[in-house]
Design a protein around this ligand. Sequence first.
Ligand code: NAD
Length: 327
Amino acid sequence: MDKQSATKRAEELHALLNTYNYEYHVLDKPSVPDTEYDRLMQELILVETNFPELKTADSPTQRVGGVILDAFNKVVHKTPMLSLGNAFNEQDLRDFDRRVIQAVGEDVQYVVELKIDGLAVSLRYENGLFVQGATRGDGTTGEDITENLKTVRSIPLRLKNELSFEVRGEVFMPKKSFEKLNEQREKLEEEPFANPRNAAAGSIRQLDPKIAAKRNLDIFVYSIADLGGTGIERHSEALDLLEKEGFKTNPERRKFASIEEVISFIEGFLEKRSKLSYDIDGIVIKVDSLAQQDELGFTAKSPRWAIAYKFPAEEVTTKLLNIELSV
Ligand code: NAD
């Protein structure tokens, strides 16, 4: 591709991805599946790799998340809420593993977690009390949704100990609650939500907390943003602490000592995925040691010590499995 056609294609991709981002993050009403969005994003990354001068500061490849709605007070995150790098196949995972081992120069243990398909939130506790909750927003600034988050029963309002920290997690709508909600909406001749993720995002950003309270939302927490001074040395220890303090963490997490074990775990989940009571859109792989995480650091948009393996679209997975089973 020459420079002229690359510039034209980059412009087209900017326009498409900006539209899809708006529909997804602001309207909670996507017009294309996530796999199509991811495919276009990968195409833009490739164009920018070949023509680095096209990687402008406002490119969709350089931005985290969505737009902050004016109706809410704004919250500036003390620690930015970043995105995750993506892997789409085994090769991407092996490349990630190679980069990690090269950077830290020693053995690595990985924590593998389900990638819950919901909305990222931050929960701030002071002396054991829940004081503020926010959306990820654009990664630097989010929306204050404290009152709505207080209606999520699995979020503890008081911890067992008087801890002060910021917890990160994913608010989601269980599949059953989503089906019920859409049935009700259809009866009332209201437009149904496209999927549980959009229903969760639309519900937690309601101005009236009474509406959020009726939507049966749930949460899995997956990290503590500010671990300094806690004495914790591993991500897995942080998850154990969260569990002890009364948070809901995902029980499917595992620890592995090699990327091959991680890949086998992912293969197992291609089939298990549809049996879960909530939607997942991938598997997140994180370096367990916090010292190694520090050595790896961050890019502008995501940590170098983690990656999200994205599942192929569910219909494709089923087809692949059918072919495998019938061979
Ligand atoms: P991402 O979804 O690829 O990954 C980052 C997010 O994963 C985190 O912010 C967090 O919310 C979530 N997450 C879930 N479980 C986690 C866990 N265990 N540990 C850590 N994080 C976990 O990146 P993104 O920037 O949030 O969103 C981009 C994605 O959104 C795209 O890849 C696409 O799939 C989707 N999208 C779709 C459209 C569309 O039109 N269909 C538009 C925009 C974005």
